[in-house]
Design a protein around this ligand. Sequence first.
Ligand SMILES: C[S@@+](CC[C@H](N)C(=O)[O-])C[C@H]1O[C@@H](n2cnc3c(N)ncnc32)[C@H](O)[C@@H]1O
Length: 340
Amino acid sequence: MSKSQPRSQPSPAGNLRGPHHARLDHSTDALALELTERVRSGVLAESTVTARLLGVLAAEVQAREASGDRFCPRASLVHLSNLRGHPDVTTPDLPELRGATCLDFGCGGLNPLGGVFGLLLAGAGRGLAIDLDDVASPLAAVRALSTLLGSALTGTTHPPVPGTASEILARVDTFDLRRLAAGDPGGIDDERLRHMQVDLRGAGIADGAIDVVVSNSVFEHLDDVDGVLDEMARIVRPGGLAVHAIDGFDHRYYGRPDEISPHAFLFESSDAPLLYGCNRIRPLAFAALFEQAGFEVRKLVEAHRTPLTDDEVARLDPAFRDMPRDHLEVTRARYYLRRR
Ligand SMILES: C[S@@+](CC[C@H](N)C(=O)[O-])C[C@H]1O[C@@H](n2cnc3c(N)ncnc32)[C@H](O)[C@@H]1O
């Protein structure tokens, strides 16, 4: 913008005036809020001030993406990304999601709402996030929603949230975006987005109330997979969709990758339902469990394979020794299901 040009809009949130224009010292949330207000007032495409705002916001969003933390937009969009790969989702704008009631099973305590909020931004009607854990920081959890919204409006997310900025904003127009930006849970429309700290089996969800259920790294931690699957079969309507990503690594590997093999817990004998926090059901073995529970396996992606050495094969506990090597070597899988 040339110096002689009059400002067509009031100053954006944060200090974007004067010689500090290029500094990235504004909170992402304040920028996201400013952006949403400009989209709402219909000036987004016209304002060169907004172009600057977009640039700063995109840079901040990219910085968060690069940090890869649990609050970054990429982490919040893992379920949207997975759902786009579902064979029963017909087009990238996910018409099957429109108005749907979605459940994030085992949403975790760090960014518990981001996953379902991402689905709301893409057109879902309601989102329910359930976990045994409490929310570690309500302020951080709520601000993550504002950051995600800002990222979606600028088109800087991966995957992109379908729709124009105005359409995306309209999908969450019952939320108080100013309060979200401040990290205030009161900004959430709790008719549309709800968190429950509860065991799924005791959540009291009505029969067939869920259209779409998603989970990330949860099934390997269950001590009662059959009980959870029975409950899921009850609450997901016939024809409802599911995507579950399962991590079959010995999770001690993540703290000590140079010392612990992803297969290490398969060398031990144990009758306990969980060993080092995991049930040791191999990722490919879940196919039969989903089918028995009433979910058709529409697609199975072998997301990660960890070769077994001959020495490791020799050390396998008898419970795993008869399983085909090819089967055991699949250490992560993603299931795309449809309720029969
Ligand atoms: C490894 S964490 C994954 C968290 C999150 N999905 C993520 O990707 O970061 C597994 C979560 O599943 C939750 N969980 C396990 N069993 C559950 C149950 N029966 N009902 C609700 N949550 C459960 C745990 O409390 C835990 O937060």
